[in-house]
Ligand binder design. Structure first.
Ligand code: TPP
Ligand code: SF4
Length: 326
């Protein structure tokens, strides 16, 4: 089941104009970069990117940058405060008549999960509380990618990172659960919160478009496939992004005014193993012998999540979920 797009019906409807040129010095197959490219196409060219330190910083290595829009670099913890400064400066220029409405710019935070889930959460919470008018794109590669893939509070249970290695005491690697950032944002009642996937481009574009009419904080939480940190062939990137959705591990949803609906529900849920197996960060769950307990725990958590959705969401979604239950 996919919620029908009102504005974008197919990938062909997505703007042809590119706001990022080719040649960005990031890893081949970087899901974060693909997501930024898509989001930026729908936001248009009048954007100021406020970028927390992380992999995306590499895009703007003076004097070169593939970004057509403006760009401000901040520390990991202060990205939302940087966004406030830019919004204030634009508003002051508007009030003085120096900037006309048609020339106004959208403020887009671009941050990894290390900033979003950990270091920058306090400043972001304050910005949401103030009702700052901004878009927040978190490319979630589930670890501190730029510095060698250390564990963040977004790293999923049983994933290997460089700071949660596999050992006798911790055979799963990461034993903590991933923080639920969608719900943390939603608790503060911003106008819009969404999860997106670089595979589901129409869903992504539709969500960004829907948010254009909304004033206030708007979150786009994107699972960002990361060949380097996750350990897979870059050619598999789009397939993995798809598998994350098809196994139910990465639910696609939105909350408008706090009300949640799922926008893409797989026709048939695949077992989580199909998503985990191709990634080196989960290899210890399959070799030298299957770590059945951990695999079952992951599957059970995903099943429990969708059981809850079945209970909470009515109408078309519920009929579809009943049909898809495996
Ligand atoms: C306070 C602070 N500690 C450490 C660093 C070093 N540092 C630079 S980028 C980075 C990783 C950021 O991780 P994340 O936000 O997940 O983005 P990614 O690198 O995955 O794109 C770190 C730890 C820093 N810039 N600031
Ligand atoms: S480490 Fe991962 S997130 Fe960072 S540039 Fe490479 S693929 Fe992208």
């Amino acid at each position: 089941m996919k919620v029908k797009g009102e504005f974008f019906k197919s990938p062909k409807d997505i703007p042809q104009e590119e706001e990022l040129s080719s040649g960005a010095p990031l890893c081949a197959g970087c899901g974060g970069l693909t997501t930024l490219r898509l989001v930026h196409k729908v936001l248009g060219e009048k954007v100021v990117i406020v970028n927390a330190a992380g992999c995306m910083t590499l895009m703007a290595t003076y004097p070169y940058s593939p970004i057509r829009s403006s760009w401000l670099y901040t520390t990991m913890g202060s990205v939302a405060a940087g966004a406030q400064g830019i919004r204030d400066a634009l508003d002051i220029r508007r009030a003085k008549g120096e900037l006309q409405e048609q020339d106004d710019m959208k403020v887009l935070v671009l941050a990894g999960d290390g900033s979003t889930y950990d270091m920058g959460l306090s400043a972001t919470s304050a910005a949401i509380h103030r009702g700052l008018d901004f878009w927040y794109l978190c490319y979630d590669n589930e670890a501190y990618g730029n510095t060698g893939f250390q564990m963040s509070s977004s790293s999923p249970f049983a994933s290997r990172t460089t700071t949660s290695p596999i050992g006798k005491e911790e055979p799963e690697g990461t034993f903590q659960e991933k923080k639920d950032m969608f719900e943390i944002w939603r608790a503060q009642k911003p106008p819009y919160v969404a999860t997106v996937s670089s595979h589901e481009v129409v869903d992504l574009a539709e969500k960004v478009h829907r948010s254009l009419a909304m004033k206030g904080p708007k979150l786009f939480l994107a699972l960002a496939v990361c060949p380097t940190g996750w350990g897979f062939d870059p050619r598999l990137g789009d397939e993995l992004a798809h598998l994350a959705v098809r196994t139910g591990i990465w639910p696609l949803k939105e909350a408008v005014g706090g009300v949640v609906r799922h926008t893409v529900i797989p026709k048939r849920f695949l077992p989580v193993e199909e998503y985990l197996r191709p990634q080196l960060r989960f290899r210890h769950l399959f070799e030298p012998k299957p770590h059945t307990e951990a695999l079952q725990a992951i599957q059970q958590r995903v099943d429990h999540y969708w059981d809850q959705v079945r209970k909470d969401e009515g109408g078309d979604n519920q009929a579809q979920l009943k049909e898809d239950k495996h």
